[in-house]
Design a protein around this ligand. Structure first.
Ligand SMILES: Nc1nc2c(ncn2[C@@H]2O[C@H](COP(=O)(O)OP(=O)(O)OP(=O)(O)O)[C@@H](O)[C@H]2O)c(=O)[nH]1
Ligand SMILES: [Mg+2]
Length: 282
């Protein structure tokens, strides 16, 4: 009888605190997945991560999706006791803000590796293990799932999206000097010290530019970035949140970011510390 009561208490505790405080047992790696209206994808993406051989915890950061994504996560929490967490935010504020709150959540706990991954299966959850292995290598601080290491590894994107993304990468490399093939990539493993070393409250951007800014901040602080080739697929279910405002932010944002870094000694580029490495898919 006592046992049943305990289980019920635990379940309701998880509901109110969204499963965020289980301290007794967790993985070294946390996969942070921002969601906005991902009801069609959320269950499958969570199951895919928990189906991997490597053990990762998952944090869904949901911006109060009207389609009930967060409720779906709460329903699943009993199946993945203590490993599936939900950070529920009041309103849609963009992917960048969602990641920043996810990073802060993770830093309050003792995760050593923090992953960024989309909910829409554009990023193959099976690649998490390759990113993890690369990020754990001595001297590596960030492993980036990169679409453009070996040509263009993008499946089912319309030509205009491929050109936009590839063009953006070229533009970012030119302006920032970062020697990375895919600076807008959003499938990443950060070692904890990188996130600790970046002033998260000072991050300016929310869309594509957020991904560029995070890499640029890490790069200028001398962290080592390594690219791991991945194949990126267009989403099959749900709606894209890409917008003209996100593109606008990226184009002007990169210029202003570089301009500011010229006057900020702390942000001076240490290009000799940054390198990339191409790994072949297994
Ligand atoms: N929490 C939160 N998540 C978001 C927000 N905008 C996008 N996302 C999530 O971020 C991930 C990437 O968003 P997408 O809509 O796929 O945007 P994208 O990958 O840049 O573009 P497409 O793949 O073309 O749709 C998905 O998991 C989205 O649900 C937001 O404002 N808040
Ligand atoms: Mg997407």
């Amino acid at each position: 009888m006592l046992k049943i009561v305990n289980i019920r208490l635990f379940a309701s505790y998880k509901y109110y605190f969204c499963g965020t405080n289980s301290k007794w047992m967790h993985a070294k790696g946390l996969v942070i997945i921002p969601t906005y209206n991902e009801i069609e994808n959320v269950e499958a993406i969570v199951e895919a991560v928990f189906g991997l051989k490597e053990t990762f915890d998952v944090l869904i950061v949901d911006d109060n999706s009207p389609d009930g994504t967060a409720q779906k996560v709460v329903e699943m929490q009993d199946r993945f006791s203590g490993r599936l967490h939900l950070l529920l935010r009041k309103e849609k504020q963009g992917l960048g803000k969602a990641y920043i709150s996810g990073f802060k959540w993770a830093l309050e706990r003792d995760y050593e590796y923090l992953f960024e991954m989309d909910a829409d299966f554009s990023h193959d959850p099976n690649d998490l293990e390759r990113l993890y292995r690369t990020c754990k290598k001595p001297g590596v601080d960030i492993a980036i799932g990169s679409r453009y290491v070996q040509g263009v590894n993008v499946v089912n994107w319309p030509l205009n999206r491929v050109l936009l993304s590839y063009g953006a990468s070229f533009y970012v490399k030119l302006i920032t000097g970062m020697r990375i093939h895919d600076p807008t990539a959003g499938f990443i493993c950060y070692s904890r010290k990188v996130i600790e070393g970046i002033d998260l409250d000072d991050i300016q951007f929310v869309g594509y530019a957020f991904q560029i800014e995070m890499k640029f901040r890490a790069y200028t602080r001398g962290f080592k970035l390594v690219e791991v080739p991945i194949i990126f697929k267009d989403r099959e279910l749900g709606q894209s949140k890409m917008s003209g405002a996100i593109i606008h932010e990226a184009v002007l944002g990169v210029l202003s970011m570089k301009w500011k870094s010229l006057f900020n000694k702390k942000d001076k580029s240490y290009e000799q510390n940054s390198y990339q490495e191409c790994q072949h898919r297994k």
